[in-house]
Design a binder for this molecule. Structure first.
Ligand SMILES: [Zn+2]
Length: 175
């Protein structure tokens, strides 16, 4: 449940990034990343059935989708091929808004770190995911517009609810 104006704006941003991601997938010649059952299998197989950060074994049925570039107003990651990687639940939770390279460094070191980093980079490259899409202004505007419009509508309906309460109480007083 949305608790504040920023929750509503953040939800709008996620929907926006999801739709831009769909379009970006199709524009690059991919089937949009849902993921379907087949897409989950492809993704998990690509990473040798391991969490891409810590190496824990995962299956196509049991893994969480981590967005390398987070889906929020500041990072503007898309829900699209090349930005979603398979992770175990703890890594998905702990990484949250962190930069994926910095997070990976907390999970492994030395040759393992290097090979996991190269594997993720190879995945991004294969899927031609170029995060620098110049959509920051659109997202900023959407974020503030949605917040303003939502609060205006909530204020309007709140006034009507106040009137309904007053009418109800006045009716009881007269009876
Ligand atoms: Zn993990």
């Amino acid at each position: 449940m949305a608790r504040s104006k920023s929750d509503i704006s953040n939800s709008a941003i996620r929907i926006f990034l999801q739709r831009v991601g769909e379009y970006y997938d199709q524009a690059r010649g991919f089937t949009k990343f849902t993921p379907t059952k087949g897409q989950k299998a492809e993704l998990v197989d690509w990473f040798a059935r391991e969490c891409c950060f810590c190496g824990t074994e995962i299956t196509a049925e049991h893994f969480t989708q981590d967005h390398l570039v987070p889906m929020n107003k500041d990072s503007l990651g898309l829900h699209a091929w090349g930005n979603v990687v398979p992770a175990c639940r703890p890594c998905n939770r702990d990484k949250h808004r962190k930069d994926w390279r910095a997070f990976l460094q907390t999970k492994c070191e030395g040759d393992l770190l290097l090979s996991r980093q190269r594997r993720i980079e190879a995945f991004i490259e294969e899927k031609q995911y170029e995060p620098d899409l110049q959509i920051a202004d659109f997202a900023d505007n959407l974020y503030s517009d949605v917040g303003e419009v939502a609060m205006t509508l909530i204020d309007l309906r709140f006034k009507q609810a106040q009137e309904a309460i007053q009418a109800l109480l006045a009716g009881k007083g007269a009876a």
